[in-house]
Structures are given as C-alpha cells and as structure tokens.
Design a binder for this molecule. Structure first.
Ligand code: SAM
Ligand code: DTB
Ligand code: SF4
Length: 343
C-alpha cells in the first residue's frame, strides 16, 4: 500500500535539514531516514527541481550511460528471491542452463559495443560462484575488457578471496542489490539475509572494485521501505558508484507475480531522492521500462536517472530494445554518455 498522505510543505533551499552541508550544493551525502522522508514528501515540483539541480551540478543533464546485460548462467538458482524468474523454488517455467562459453560472451559483447554500449554486465543465477568457475569468469572479464568495454558482473555473494580474484582480473564493477529495506527483506528472500548482502558489498569495496547496488520497487513494500533502502545505500562507507532502481517485472509463477504495481509518481519521487542522496552516483532506470510510458521515463531522466540497460533482453525478461531507445533519446534530446578516463 502507498502511504503518502502527509506530505510536508518543503522549501527547496539547501541546508535546511539537520546535518545538511551548507556549501556543497543541494545534494546530501549523509542523511537520516527522518530527513529523507521530508525530502521525499515535499511538493513534487520542489522535489524534482532540487533533484534536477543536483543532477546538473554533477553531470551533463542530457547524457545517459548505456549498459548491456548478458545472462551467462540462467535459471536453476538455489535462492528463493520472490521476484525472480530464475529461482528453482518457483514454478516459472524457465529452463536452466550451464555457464556459457567465453567465446559466446565475447561475441555478444562485441555486438553490444558496436551498438553503443560502454559497460557490459554479466549475470549468473547463483547464490555465489563456485571456486571451479573462477577461471572461466576471469577469462570473461579479461576478454570483455580487451574489447574496450567497462566490465560488471553479478554472481551472488562473494568471499573476500573471490572478490580479490575478480578485481585482479580487472573487473570494474560488481552488482549486488540490497533490493529493499532491512525490515521488508525477509518477506522477499529467506535463503540469505540483508547482512549477507552488506558483507558482500564490503568485500567488493575492500577488493578495490566499484559498487553497483540498488533495489526493486513494486514488491508490496511501503514508501518508508523505499526511503529506508536509499538511506542505507547512501550511508554505506562509500555510496555505490551505480544505483540501479528496478521496477518489478511480475513473473508468472513467482511469489510476487501479483504484487500491486508501483504508482509512477512514487517511482519518480524515489529516483529523485536517490539523486539527491547520492549526488555523484549513476542512477540507473533499470528493469521494468517495457511497462513504463515514455512520459514516465522522461520524468525519471528529469529526476536524475542517467543510466539504462539497452537491448531487447535483460537477463531473462524483455527490455524495450534499440529502436525504441533510439527514438526516445531523439525525442528527449538525450545522448549516450562518453566515459572519460577512470569514470
Ligand atoms: N543471482 C545474483 C543476485 O541475485 O545477486 C545476480 C542476478 S539477480 C537476477 C540481479 C538483480 O536483478 C536482483 O538483485 C534484482 O534486484 C533484479 N531482478 C531480478 N528479477 C527481477 C524482476 N523480476 N524485476 C525486477 N528486478 C529484478
Ligand atoms: C539490476 O539491478 N537489474 C538487472 C541487473 N541489475 C543485473 C537485472 C534485471 C533483471 C530483470 C529480470 C530478468 O531479466 O530476469
Ligand atoms: Fe538467484 Fe539472483 Fe534470482 Fe535470487 S535474484 S533467485 S539469487 S538469480
């Protein structure tokens, strides 16, 4: 259920909340849940003006980073994530397959590069990688990097040693989502804990990789859960460089197949809060774009989203595809982001 009856009138001037920096623009880098709620509940125009101001202070407002995704190991996963098509515990009808060959990954990555992607993200339906798979994963990272793409992987939980091995191979980013608030988490996943997720994020950071961490809206969580999730992310020892905000793609047969869809205005508010709390992070408008109107996506970009997944498919679910995104970018005057050295 959406709970937003008590919106506060919120002046947009910077520095009005406890602990807000007075001299560093209108973004906030450490924030309490109470302060984040005040920002989230401010009048929509004030919230979006503030988010767009933060965005402009830190990024080219018309540039969007383009990532591509490939499922390198699909289905048959031991975890019970209630939203996922790939859990062996849900009758979603997805056929499981083994880890694919390095050559196949490199062929797909070359195509993605030719179509304008700057980052290539490889995902596996695992609780965590097996040590016997590490050699293949290392070869994938090295091969994709050699094509001149940034590399990202999402393979489940990582030990410090596994994180070190992937970092040593040159993996730029590791994606590991906290998915929702600590309070709501046990209603979504029972086979691992919120603390397990934070441990892996710490292992990734300690190994020297960049962190990609975000979550999903539309699983039946409250507005407070969404705000709490963003405060957790922004208050990590270092905020994630990349923050994917997914809208639940309802998967028939999964436990959350019939969750109530998220209100689009609430979705945009969440993007805006992510931008304000994590001023220098790439906020990715991630899964669920096929169910969003062009106008909703435009509002998300205005609120500070500046990254997307391109291509027809995410891991197993549909994505709008190249032609749709080219047309949308043209209508909105958006351009793919050029990555400078070290970005
Ligand atoms: N198995 C690894 C893990 O869970 O970390 C990596 C792959 S997993 C599919 C990556 C992320 O995709 C999840 O954490 C979740 O946030 C997102 N995701 C999965 N299924 C989704 C769905 N149906 N709708 C929206 N987001 C989804
Ligand atoms: C993320 O936050 N979203 C991507 C990526 N990280 C790995 C995955 C979305 C998956 C959508 C459902 C599917 O394709 O099965
Ligand atoms: Fe497995 Fe990841 Fe899907 Fe959870 S989200 S069931 S860990 S593939």
């Amino acid at each position: 259920m959406l709970r937003n009856e008590n919106r506060a009138d919120f002046p947009v001037e910077k520095g009005i909340l406890a602990g807000e920096p007075q001299d560093e623009g209108v973004g906030i880098e450490r924030c309490s849940v109470a302060d984040a709620k005040i920002i989230y509940n401010s009048p929509f125009n004030d919230l979006l003006f503030r988010a767009q101001s933060v965005h402009r202070e830190n990024f080219d407002p018309n540039a969007v980073q383009i990532s591509r995704l490939l499922s390198i190991k699909t289905g048959g996963c031991a975890e019970d994530c209630g939203y996922c098509s790939q859990s062996a515990r849900s009758p979603t009808g997805l056929k499981a397959s083994r880890l694919i060959m390095v050559e196949k990954v490199l062929a797909e990555a070359s195509k993605a590069k030719a179509e304008g992607a700057s980052r290539y993200c490889m995902g596996a339906a695992w609780r965590s990688p097996k040590d016997r798979d590490m050699e293949t994963l290392v070869a994938m990272v090295e091969g994709v990097k050699a094509l001149g793409l940034e590399t990202c992987m999402t393979l489940g939980m990582l030990s410090p040693e596994q994180a070190g091995t992937l970092a040593g191979a040159g993996l730029d980013y590791y994606n590991h989502n906290i998915d929702t608030s600590e309070e709501f988490y046990p209603q979504v996943i029972t086979t691992r804990t919120f603390a397990d997720r934070l441990d892996t994020l710490a292992n990734v950071r300690d190994a020297g990789m960049k962190v990609c961490a975000g979550g999903i809206l539309g699983m039946g969580e409250t507005t407070d859960d969404r705000i709490s999730m963003l405060v957790t992310l922004s208050n990590l020892p270092e905020p994630p460089e990349s923050v994917p905000i997914n809208m639940l793609i309802p998967i028939p047969g999964s436990r959350l197949a019939n969750a109530e869809p998220v209100d689009p205005i609430e979705f945009v508010r969440t993007i805006a809060l992510a931008r304000i709390l994590m001023p220098r992070s790439h906020v990715r408008l991630s899964a669920g774009r096929t169910q969003m109107s062009d106008e909703m996506q435009a509002l998300c970009f205005f609120a500070g989203a500046n990254s997307i997944f391109a291509g027809d498919t995410l891991l197993t679910a549909d994505n709008p595809g190249e032609d749709y995104d080219t047309a949308l970018f043209r209508r909105l005057g958006l351009k793919p982001m050029d990555l400078g050295p070290g970005e």
